[in-house]
Design a protein around this ligand. Structure first.
Ligand code: SF4
Length: 326
């Protein structure tokens, strides 16, 4: 029996190259070695976007299309929308009862997000408790592992603490510890050199047209020390070069040579990168277009995914209710 992996993404906007290299490529790989359960976690999106939730439904469908186009295979993996499986909320309730407030208040991501996100009011009961819902997401399927980045390790540790507290309080090993699958992923900054984010408008989206990719690549920040064409560049200090390393590794030597030898200008270098990115994203763009022609297919995938997820979730909840309430 293959071990279970759970992962989710919040449908808060279009998926970009950072999502592809930071998560989706890894999710696709895991399908060959694990039973994968991938959830579009719309309730997590609602926690942050409750004041203007009108785009969540559209984002859910868009995310499903991107996942399928990137190679998430609904024949191999369970692909579903969190709110189609109400057991997530029920387990969240059981776990909320036994999670000490101090554990949530100490959560470093919570504090950081309150500090950094100033455009929305996140001082809410739900937002404080989002790691409990995350724990419920993972524990509902008794996942053995979750593919995450290092920055998410404190959340996983909280899930482990909650599950251990549950087992110890009710004297039954209902849940086992869940491990992290840490995969080294290339660090990809936005086109302006800041963290890649939809709110900074600095990302190349998986659904972008070739024209949009060209425009975004053209606006990329380059080596700040290379001012004139004749100035030799420093590829390792240039964000454009870091994109070459990830998306066109076969060209890095040439780019290094023409940059340090001042043989091509940055405008040309970015135009070549744009062509490479357009080519790189072509298969995803073509699969996207095909999937979008069949809206019933998208609905069917999500419906069937929810049925399969619920089969597991219902069993876990029977066990949880029996353990807690008798
Ligand atoms: S030539 Fe290319 S790698 Fe060199 S600084 Fe310009 S954009 Fe960057």
């Amino acid at each position: 029996m293959m071990k279970t992996v759970f992962s989710g993404m919040r449908p808060t906007g279009k998926l970009h190259l950072g999502h592809l290299v930071g998560a989706l490529n890894n999710w696709v790989e895991l399908q060959t070695t694990h039973r994968c359960i991938y959830s579009i976690v719309d309730w997590h999106a609602l926690m942050g976007e409750y004041e203007s939730p009108e785009h969540i439904l559209e984002n859910v469908r868009d995310m499903a299309v991107d996942w399928l186009a990137c190679g998430i295979d609904p024949e191999k993996s369970i692909v579903f929308v969190q709110s189609d499986v109400p057991e997530h909320l029920e387990l969240n309730m059981f776990l909320s009862c036994l999670t000490p407030l101090g554990w949530l208040e100490r959560n470093p991501t919570y504090k950081e997000q309150l500090r950094e996100i100033t455009t929305r009011d996140l001082q809410t009961y739900a937002f404080l408790g989002y790691p409990v819902l995350q724990a419920a997401d993972i524990l509902l399927y008794k996942a053995h592992a979750v593919p995450i980045g290092e920055d998410q390790l404190p959340h996983l540790e909280l899930t482990r603490e909650i599950s251990r507290r549950f087992n110890s309080m009710y004297k039954k090993e209902v849940f086992h510890d869940c491990k992290a699958i840490l995969t080294p992923t290339p660090r990809l900054l936005g086109t302006d050199g800041r963290k890649m984010s939809k709110s900074y408008q600095n990302a190349i989206n998986l659904s972008d047209t070739p024209e949009a990719i060209q425009a975004r690549a053209k606006s990329m920040f380059t080596d700040p020390k290379r001012i004139k064409f004749t100035d030799p560049g420093h590829p390792d200090e240039c964000n454009v070069y870091s994109y070459y390393k990830v998306f066109a590794p076969g060209l890095t030597k040439d780019v290094g040579d023409w940059c340090t030898g001042a043989r091509k200008g940055c405008t040309e270098c970015k135009a070549i990168l744009a062509d490479q990115l357009i080519e790189f994203l072509r298969p995803i763009r073509e699969r996207r277009a095909k999937i979008l022609k069949d809206q019933t297919y998208i609905s069917d995938v999500l419906k069937q995914g929810a049925v399969r997820a619920r089969e597991i979730a219902v069993e876990t909840m029977k066990e949880v209710r029996k353990t807690v309430l008798g």
